[in-house]
Ligand binder design. Structure first.
Ligand code: ZN
Length: 469
């Protein structure tokens, strides 16, 4: 596919081949977060300084195409790459940000079929940590920057490339840091914040029944990371007493885990279910009929991960993830802590929920929120979303675009502090048998080249449309 744009044409076959090489090179840089090497260096590789190395790689590719790029570090080794293609008109509109993160989560090497940091290309599939989260999008955004620069033509906005560190640990050394310390990197020359940002997660196709739906991520659930603390009286394990921090903590965690949070249908999710053709699921959620909801979800898809994902879009979730208590078999512990990952729907009162959870946990433990981030919802009828719908429609007339809320959080939450609407749109056309959602942070992370070949021109078309003068 070729597109006549501006002064020059882009050969998308060739451009995609380049993007594949960027992706493979990025995977070979083990930008694992946490970057301290951890107890086991990631699969025999040293991740220290990996984010900066990945940022430098991006800067090199951009500079090679005549786009000035800089690598900024929040701390030594925690590098982010920023670059800007300036508008060509005198009074430009606010910029567009192509946002991504350079860090990846660690791996357990054993269960992988291939080297997680090898960037191998085997039978049309690129393998390795970051292949879908999210070095694929880093590479595609590089490809779009290069295509725009080569094509020339007028631009009504700056296009900002921002590939940042530390998304996987909350962004304090990445997006959050730069939003607070250098907001200018996300703003136009006149100081106005960017009009929009394109980011990870949405954009991929998911097949439900006979429908191929392209997700357009317009919303994210809120976060309340909650810590429980139990104290007790230490003593010898041979002489039990009731003031045992382990028992108190376990009981509180069990109570929180056992509580059911009722299903609720929010607007974005209703529209998403509508696009998927899952009226039964929507109806059951609306009525709060949990039994029917379970049955409808089972009918909807055989993929258990997609089922869990849909279910989590319909309720607040409370997930104990960490329990630390006790040192030794024969010592009754006097102190312990647990962490509970709470995710909230757009219309949930986060304070009220925390109060409720404090009550459920009981008076034997202290409950505190260590990080609270509100949910975000951006307009699903924005110009840039319309451009996504149009580009997807041209590239895959049988597909159906659908605005979606994701259950995890992304750097979109950091850009929200500047008022920048951030949409998850990393377009990939995937065969129905690709277990895409399981690949995020999972073993054998990989992406088909055909998906990138589909996505690159779509992403370019959206960007080009949004910055056309
Ligand atoms: Zn990610």
């Amino acid at each position: 596919m070729s597109a006549e744009v501006g002064a020059a044409r882009t050969d998308w076959e060739r451009a995609t081949d380049e993007v594949v090489e960027y992706l493979r090179a990025l995977i070979r840089i083990p930008s694992v977060n946490p970057p301290d090497g951890g107890p086991v260096l990631a699969a025999g590789r040293d991740p220290r300084g990996g984010e900066t190395a990945a940022a430098r790689y991006c800067a090199e590719i951009l500079s090679g195409a005549g786009i000035s790029a800089e690598v900024l570090e929040s701390e030594p080794g925690r590098g982010s790459c920023f670059a800007r293609l300036s508008a060509t008109v005198p009074d430009p509109q606010p910029p567009l940000v192509l946002l991504s993160h350079l860090d990846v989560v660690p791996v357990e090497a054993d269960p992988w079929s291939r080297d997680p940091f090898g960037g191998e290309l085997v039978e049309g599939v690129v393998w390795g940590r970051g292949a879908v989260d999210m070095k694929d999008m880093v590479a595609m955004e590089l490809g779009v920057m290069l295509a725009l620069a080569r094509e020339g033509g007028e631009r009504s906005r700056d296009v900002i490339f921002a590939a940042v560190a530390d998304e996987e640990a909350g962004g304090l050394f990445g997006a959050r840091h730069w939003v607070e310390r250098r907001p200018d990197v996300f703003r136009g020359r006149d100081g106005r914040p960017a009009a929009a940002a394109l980011n990870e997660v949405g954009g991929y196709s998911t097949t439900v029944g006979s429908r191929r739906v392209y997700t357009i991520q317009v919303a994210e659930k809120g976060i309340i990371w909650t810590r429980l603390t139990a104290t007790g009286t230490t003593g010898h394990g041979s002489m039990p007493h009731p003031d045992n921090a382990a028992v108190k903590l376990a009981a509180a965690v069990a109570r929180l885990a056992a509580e059911a949070h009722p299903a609720r249908l929010t607007r974005v999710v209703r529209d998403f279910l509508d696009a998927l053709g899952l009226d039964g699921v929507a109806e059951a959620a609306k009525r709060g009929d949990e039994e029917r909801l379970r049955a409808e979800l089972e009918r909807a898809t055989a993929d258990p991960v997609l089922r869990r994902s849909l279910d989590a879009m319909l309720r607040d979730t409370v997930t104990p993830t960490v329990i630390r208590v006790g040192q030794k078999m024969n010592v009754i512990p006097g102190f312990g802590q647990a962490e509970v990952d709470v995710r909230t729907l757009p219309d949930t009162d986060q304070l009220a929920l925390l109060e409720h959870l404090t009550g459920v946990a009981g008076s034997d433990v202290r409950v505190e929120a260590v990080l609270t981030l509100p949910p975000i919802t951006w307009p699903a009828d924005a110009e840039i979303v319309q451009l996504m719908v149009a580009a997807l429609g041209r590239a895959d007339p049988d597909g159906e675009p659908a605005p979606m809320m994701i259950t995890p959080g992304t750097d979109a939450k950091a850009l929200a502090l500047l008022g920048i609407p951030t949409y998850g749109f990393a377009p990939l056309r995937l065969d129905p048998d690709v277990p895409f959602l399981s690949l995020f942070h999972g073993h054998d992370e990989r992406v088909p080249v055909s998906a990138l070949r589909f996505g690159l021109p779509v992403l370019h078309e959206v960007v080009r449309g949004f910055v056309s003068a």
